[in-house]
Unconditional design. Structure first.
Length: 310
């Protein structure tokens, strides 16, 4: 798509259309209906689609700059969820800290992860157990993922399996409480040894595939599971990344993903700018309309302010 000043729809109106399509998850047909019913404006489905893609393509350079900024963060939350591009399985990745978020639609590979979090990043990662993350030494496992799995095992109809699952669950919760409350190191070490011992029992003694898988997962990623012992200020869950993806997960169920590579770039770039503006407490729509206006003139976008009152 070439951005030009010779267009039917102004930058502010194009931003309104993009907001309805991306943020409020309305179909092109529903946007068309809204514009006629409420504004008396008749636009074709093609024009509506062009406005949404134009907003996303205009925001692409902003997203690239945000990605550069993320490499300087002290802590990054990273997560991914299935996505579809023209029916083919891709993944929607997100990396974020307290002020910046970047989304990317790409295959689920170690190489794509390294495009998102480059080797220049030297901070801490908060992640789940996906193998692409494991080569990073400074990493804290999301304990909420492990707790959810332990809850399922604790509800097993097999009494022995349920007891071991309950012990793993209890130790994980005790570990979180100990880190957050500043429990002394002796008590914390006791909790760690108990968790490690129960996992060894679950791995070797009980014939239950999910229990063995969870025990192996904890033991094989032990350094990341217990990273907060020596770094108690690290987040113990990846809730921030999961919350950031939740909106897109709902949109995926409605739209079944994107249809082209350009559409994927536009969608992920818009998500990056909108979420970053929200994190920085500024109005994303005023900013995006300015980005579109400048892009139509062939000018570079302004940086997203850290925080302003709107």
């Amino acid at each position: 798509m070439k951005l030009t000043e010779y267009v039917l729809v102004g930058s502010v109106f194009a931003t309104l259309i993009a907001s309805m399509g991306v943020r409020y998850r309305l179909s092109r047909a529903k946007i068309q209906e809204f514009l006629v019913d409420w504004l008396g404006v008749q636009l074709s489905i093609g024009t509506i689609d062009r406005c949404i893609r134009e907003a996303g393509i205009a925001c692409d350079p902003v997203a690239e700059e945000l990605l550069t900024q993320l490499q300087l963060a002290e802590i990054l939350h990273v997560d991914e969820t299935p996505w579809y591009q023209k029916g083919k399985l891709y993944w929607l990745w997100v990396a974020l800290n307290s002020k910046t978020a970047v989304f990317r639609i790409a295959p689920r590979t170690k190489e794509e992860f390294q495009q998102l979090v480059t080797e220049t990043f030297v901070g801490w990662l908060i992640t789940d157990g996906y193998g692409a993350y494991r080569h990073r030494k400074k990493r804290q496992r999301c304990l909420a993922h492990l707790i959810r799995k332990a809850i399922g095992i604790s509800e097993s109809i097999n009494d022995r399996t349920a007891r071991i699952g309950t012990l793993i669950l209890s130790n994980l919760r005790s570990f979180i409480h100990a880190i957050k409350s500043g429990t002394n190191r002796v008590e914390l070490d006791q909790i760690i040894r108990s968790l490690q011992g129960v996992c060894h029992i679950g791995k070797r003694v009980v014939r239950h595939d999910k229990l063995k898988a969870l025990a192996n997962e904890i033991l094989n990623d032990w350094g990341a599971v217990t990273a907060a012992v020596n770094n108690p200020n690290l987040p113990l869950t990846n809730n921030e990344a999961e919350r950031a993806l939740r909106h897109a997960v709902i949109a995926r169920r409605i739209s079944y993903g994107t249809r082209t590579n350009e559409g994927s770039i536009a969608y992920s770039s818009l998500l990056s700018v909108i979420e970053t503006c929200r994190l920085r407490q500024i109005n994303p729509w005023f900013y995006i309309s300015e980005v579109i206006k400048l892009a139509r003139k062939g000018l570079s976008p302004p940086p997203i302010p850290i925080s302003i009152v709107t």
